[in-house]
Ligand binder design. Sequence first.
Ligand SMILES: Cc1cc2nc3c(=O)[nH]c(=O)nc-3n(C[C@H](O)[C@H](O)[C@H](O)COP(=O)(O)O)c2cc1C
Length: 314
Amino acid sequence: MRKKDHINIALAEKTENTSLDNYKIDYNSIPKFGIDDVDTSTKVCGYSWKYPFFINAITAGGEYCNNINKQFEKICTECEIEFFPGSYSPALKNETDKINYPKSRSVNLGLDKNIDQIKDAVKQTNAKYLQLHTNPLQEMIMPEGDRNFENWLTNLTNASKKIDIPIILKETGFGMSSETIKTAINLKLAAVDISGLHGTNFARIENGRSSSPSPYLEEIGYSTAESLEIAKSYRNDIDIIASGGIRNPLDVVKCLALGAKAVGVSRVFLDILINEGEDALRREINKWKLEIKYLMILMHAKNVNELFGKIRKI
Ligand SMILES: Cc1cc2nc3c(=O)[nH]c(=O)nc-3n(C[C@H](O)[C@H](O)[C@H](O)COP(=O)(O)O)c2cc1C
């Protein structure tokens, strides 16, 4: 029930203005090459991806959420984009959720999970990547959330030593500080997903479920653009993934121009799947794939690396 509440409240919000609106991409009046010369591929955690955007962790567990993940998995396979399923946490407790968790892609768990639980999740799913998400503010606001956090860094440190697939430290919509990114680098993690403010906001979602909301908590954190500006100087030390409030292909190329290697989308694609159906989501993803190429032509960027820096703050 809580997860369905999260989905319903998340979808009731529309992302309007974001930090990325304060940036403009380079625009060239005279293109230098055509669509067949554009290479949208990117390399993340040592793997090559055909396209630089993906569907990012949106819940799991229970028939309703498992069904959503199944639809995402099918669509992403057909559209050749990456899919990162939501938390494996329900599958640690429930055989049906374990069987239904998407296989062979990524597995997602919170930093509250210990190394035995993390190892179990990686083994059961045969995943290529481990996404470890962090959401302390949400835990604090949720009536049923964690109150003790003393093990979180230990769990992350143990995972960095004992898990042999690439680890992505992932925020859940509050952005990342320089200190957090430096911790990930010191632990030799493969990537950080800075998942910043202005998209899905779990403080707002929990306030929506609460009889005694604290709206001021919704402002805490770093926007997606601010997080990317912070992360930029570390881009040679760790792969930077962007997410949080991504609305369209222009947001994707802006994040790539600000130094991200790939860009995650949650709420916008979930909205299309639930309200318009599988075919509509397939069409939307294919539209993004094409329009990213158009934008790259305008920016004189033949590949994702050439996008870096082709942007200005207004
Ligand atoms: C309904 C819902 C469930 C989510 N569940 C998870 C989760 O299980 N694990 C996780 O790491 N992030 C989860 N997220 C966070 C997203 O991956 C993402 O970081 C955040 O929603 C910001 O992106 P957006 O603005 O595109 O939605 C969830 C988001 C939504 C909307």
